[in-house]
Design a protein around this ligand. Structure first.
Ligand code: URA
Length: 484
């Protein structure tokens, strides 16, 4: 089923479409110092699901013939593995070569993944995004139909994902429909769930004819969809891109659209009148949380009014692999002009304190609780104004999305606004600063004073004391990360 062809310069490996299979081969090739230009991974899509791993092991054992005593331990950072695993589900046949090239380069350039502008890194991030988006779509668009067989009720769905994401997407359904007997059929394979049998069972592809096409469940779906339909989100081109026509065949509720569309206008008016006046960025934050995607969407945010006067929105900045995220309040005058966080006087204090405790500024991700500069104009001066609680809360979805994209080991809130955003309105900064707290959005969070508080100290002595406070808290953060 699998073959390995040697040409004079390039070793061709046919890989079953599974990350584990590729990983096994890549590890061996790396140990043998086979460079990316000497190897070509090809997809072997005819391998049956159950054969995948064995096939890869066969390759490894018989063809690459690794000396067992090899002590070379490849450098494979977690951040690479996590992304490579997702990219492995992509249908692009060039993905395995891309992953191997990155793996190879990582051996000599450990910071490679931080360079998002690198062509290979950019390509990896794009694959990851496309796979995540496809997973999200599958969760949204799979529709089960009920059938009866000799064992009773069963729910079956036919679905055609853009990528080979069945193993990635299936656990979601096991959690959602834990008590039902169900199966999902795709052109790449099938997954079955039996409530009394542990684990999901994967099998070979079955064609669409095995899935029933109509049943009474459709009525249920339709009434459910009619009740959750949000007319304010109605935007035909967005609808087409989120729900490409190819999915429509699986969606019984599509039949409802004409009547829902007719009623949409009056329902929007009712919704608007019922809506509370609370501003929020939530509708502007993309569902896919990756830094490049968030940065692209950020300028169109109209979640509160602050965008009206600011020069520009100021996104967070720092490597995607950052273990520490520093959250300030909002961009200041210089940040607003330059479009980067912490490049003004407060940033100077912060960077000095970080350097003194040993935190490399370029290793951390810096962002703000509020992404636009809020100020009052006094002649030529633009005077900083504290954001309101409602503005902090409006902007919070952006911050949470950034944290979700980065998954840092530690978040440091600088000052009261960042603390209010992430730790709640009752958090007492001066009492609880410097303490490591656990939260749902980041495993560890701590708060300290804002560097601008140092600049505002009433005299030299108090400025020094405030600076020491900031520096001591950053030292706690640094020690925690080093020990983690
Ligand atoms: N103060 C902040 O809180 N953030 C910045 O980016 C600059 C100053």
């Amino acid at each position: 089923m699998n073959s390995l062809l040697h040409s004079s310069t390039v070793l061709r490996l046919r890989v079953p479409p599974s990350f584990d299979a590729w990983r096994e081969l890549a590890r061996v090739a790396l140990k043998q110092s086979i460079g990316p230009d000497q190897i070509d991974f090809e997809d072997n899509t005819v391998a049956a699901v159950g054969d995948l791993f064995e096939a890869a092991q066969d390759h490894t054992r018989s063809l690459l013939d690794v000396p067992r005593e090899s002590t070379f331990a490849p450098h494979v950072p977690r951040s690479f593995l996590d992304r490579a695993l997702l990219a492995g589900y992509h249908r692009d046949s060039a993905r395995w070569n891309l992953l191997y090239r990155l793996l190879w380069r990582l051996q000599t350039d450990r910071n490679l993944l931080r360079v998002e502008v690198d062509q290979d890194v950019g390509a990896l991030l794009r694959l990851v995004q496309q796979v995540k988006r496809d997973e999200h779509k599958m969760h949204a668009f799979v529709r089960f139909r009920r059938i009866e067989d000799e064992r009773g009720e069963q729910f079956v769905s036919w679905y055609e994902p853009a990528h080979r994401i069945l193993p990635l997407a299936a656990p979601f359904f096991a959690e959602r429909f834990a008590t039902m007997r169900w199966s999902i059929l795709t052109p790449d394979g099938t997954v079955f769930w039996e409530p009394d049998t542990p684990g999901l069972q994967f099998g070979p592809a079955l064609d669409r004819s095995h899935a029933p096409s109509e049943d009474e469940l459709e009525t249920l779906w339709k009434s459910y969809y009619g009740s959750i339909f949000n007319p304010a989100r109605l935007n035909p081109s967005v609808m087409r891109s989120h729900m490409p026509v190819k999915y429509w065949g699986n969606l019984p509720e599509v039949e409802l659209l004409p009547s829902l569309l007719q009623r949409a206008e009056s329902r929007v008016a009712t919704m608007v009148s019922k809506q509370s006046a609370k501003p929020t960025a939530a509708p502007y934050v993309p569902e896919v949380h990756s830094l490049p995607i968030l940065a692209q969407a950020l300028p169109s945010c109209r979640g509160c009014d602050l965008y009206e006067h600011a020069t520009q929105v100021v996104p967070g900045r720092g490597p995607i692999t950052a273990e520490v995220v520093l959250v300030g309040e909002q961009p200041g005058d210089q940040e607003d002009r330059r479009g980067e966080p912490f490049v003004g006087p407060a940033g100077g204090v912060l960077r000095k304190a970080m350097a003194e405790v040993g935190i490399a500024a370029e290793s951390v991700y810096m962002t703000n609780a509020v992404k636009h500069f809020k100020f009052v104009q006094r002649g030529k001066l633009r005077l900083h104004q504290n954001p309101r609680q409602s503005e902090i809360m409006a902007c919070r979805p952006w911050l949470l999305a950034e944290l979700d994209a980065l998954k840092p080991k530690l978040v440091v809130c600088l000052g009261a606004s960042a603390s209010r955003s992430l730790l709640g309105g009752t958090f007492a900064l001066m009492r609880d600063r410097g303490k490591l707290l656990e939260t749902s959005f980041a495993k560890h969070v701590m708060a300290t004073i804002h560097p601008s508080a140092v600049l505002r100290g009433r005299d030299e002595e108090s400025r020094e004391a405030l600076y020491r406070t900031l520096r001591d808290d950053l030292l706690v953060a640094h020690k925690f990360i080093r020990a983690a």
